[in-house]
Design a protein around this ligand. Sequence first.
Ligand code: GLV
Ligand code: MN
Ligand code: MN
Length: 412
Amino acid sequence: MENLLYIAHNLQNHLETLRQFTSTPGFGVTRLPFSKEARQAVDYIKDQMEQIGLRTWIDASGAVHGRLDGTEPDAPTILIGSHYDTVKSGGAYDGIAGIVSAIEVARILKENKVQMKYPLEIIATNDEEGITYGVCFLTSKALLGRWTITELKQLHDTAGESIYDAILRFGLDPNKIEDCKIDSLNVKCFIEIHIEQGPVLDSKGIQLGLVDCIAGLQRYRIQMIGKSNHAGSTPMDMRSDAVDASTKVISCISEWAKTEGGGTVATVGFMQVFPNALNTISGKTEWVLDCRSSDEEKIQHIVEKLTQKLEEVKSKTGVDYKIEPLVHVKPGYMNKELLEQLEKSCCTFGYSYQKIMSGATHDAHLMSEEVDTIMLFVPSKDGISHSPEESSKYEDLARAVYVVSDMISNLN
Ligand code: GLV
Ligand code: MN
Ligand code: MN
């Protein structure tokens, strides 16, 4: 095996280049799907895959694939990947660290002429975060054949552009989204290396985290519909104020999550006010509830309380509502046998590790519904993520590369 520091150095070079592809220089990394910065990342990733001798292509979801053939043409494929999109003013590691680590895994296997029975395919996925259209996992949903053209046309960003039109603008053909579908019987497994995005590993000084479960996630878009009117001349008892009604609902949400406990979290991180003018009573708000728990029932309780509260507020204020489900993924369980293999590889190198639950969602979450899946976490400094402060050590990522390369070489 190669020197750990050499791998760390390669990872650093990749990540330092990729962090420059941001629309918010100086304020973290912002690389939204189908943006100019996404194009720069796609071109860089494709080029790096080709430089190590992978066969590449870009699918209709905007994902970059790089494939290394195995010795047995009919053997199922090992998929390895993560996402290249980011949140707004996010960090330089979330998602992209898993892609460059996968490129290093493929390079090591190829340069060391490891005889691999299974083909290895890197997938650099697009729009895992889901902040532009409200729906996450653009590529993984495409891999599982779960998009319809109608949905791609319906979901749009705040400027009104649909996913369908964004794909076209990016130079791809949205009508081919169905061609992205994998044959899950022909997939050996899906592997994702990712930063932890939480404090557990860093605070305990543990080098690697073997994910056993990913918390379930549900997202709902709520519209509250009142009546726009003059902020000065409309008496308080004659208003239908969508902002006032929304705050009555939103202010309850944290308490509901705390009452459920067991690590349940609920967030309203996106809200739009219409017409958003300081001297006009708002006629409409639109906001998204993001709710997560390893216990599906706890999420369900919160959604029930939300619906009850919306009804109550409607009857008291006259402000109507619409609630639209955006995302529903059950808690995801990683494959036990493959986790044991990962554990063995950690032991081979003498790395410290622990089993860990993921509160954040990942492509691996959705993929685990249909294929054997594993995730490996590296520590996040001070547990900070979705922030410009996000940081992980290149040596820790290189350890993940070692472990995954070893595990893959020993798969039978
Ligand atoms: C993605 O990072 C998510 O957990 O929302
Ligand atoms: Mn993220
Ligand atoms: Mn991520």
